[in-house]
Write a protein that binds this ligand. Structure first.
Ligand SMILES: [Fe+2]
Ligand SMILES: [Fe+2]
Length: 228
């Protein structure tokens, strides 16, 4: 029994957006994910930290969801900036019921429990977003979502999964970092960084929180074991 996590699978089984064009790190990545997920058992939980499917709609993402659902164990999906299929939890649950998908859940404005841990998560905030209009409003909404998720943890120790890195060489998001600190998050995993920018990741401790990058290409598409 283990909790695993990985971000940025960027699956594209029903649309033509394979990431293989991005070089050797992405070579044959769907087959490599398939092999790596073979370790999962019914008791395991896998957190997918955003950018899971290139599908623009639930229907377009269905093949990717089916691919993930074939593996045993619970899958918790966090929103990434490329998850255009994202919808409300109610709509997602209904879609899964209709399509016979049994293992997928959204981690959004809520938290899940794994052993003694609370598993929290949301998309987060990154400097790329600063360039967009209404950024203060959107940042505040993201911080509120994170806070709602962290509050749901109650007294349990917290593992938090964000899509965007809250800290990175040359950048930090003080509002997100302060929220992680306030709730004494033990471990914060994030994705989104690919290719050359991976070298600017922040790994290790800051205040009471350990940070880890878990993007698929960084992990060689092998999910990181977070705890047993
Ligand atoms: Fe990504
Ligand atoms: Fe991303």
């Amino acid at each position: 029994m283990a909790l695993y996590a990985i971000g940025d699978l960027h699956l594209s089984l029903s649309c033509d957006k394979s990431m293989e064009v991005f070089g050797p790190a992405w070579e044959n990545y769907t087959a490599r994910i398939e092999e790596a997920l073979g370790i999962l058992t019914e008791e395991d939980t896998l957190v997918l930290a955003g950018d899971t499917s290139w599908g623009m709609t639930l229907e377009e993402a269905e093949a990717d969801f089916k691919f993930l659902d074939r593996f045993p164990g619970r899958k918790l999906l966090v929103k990434g900036n490329h998850d255009y299929w994202w919808c409300t939890a109610a709509k997602f649950t209904r879609f899964c019921e209709e399509k016979g998908l049994r293992t997928l859940e959204l981690l959004h404005n809520n938290c899940a429990f794994y052993g003694d841990y609370a598993v929290c998560g949301t998309r987060g905030w990154f400097w790329e977003e600063d360039k967009k209009a209404h950024n203060v409003k959107v940042l505040n909404r993201e911080v509120m979502r994170l806070e709602t998720s962290l509050q749901a943890a109650g007294e349990k120790p917290i593992l938090c999964f964000l899509h965007y890195p809250p800290v990175y060489q040359g950048y930090e998001c003080p509002e997100i970092l302060a929220t992680l600190k306030k709730y004494r998050v033990e471990h914060c995993c994030y994705g989104h960084l690919h290719g050359a920018v991976i070298r600017r990741r922040f790994e290790g401790k800051r205040d009471e929180t350990d940070f880890s990058l878990i993007s698929g290409d960084y992990l060689g598409f092998i999910p990181k074991k977070i705890c047993e």
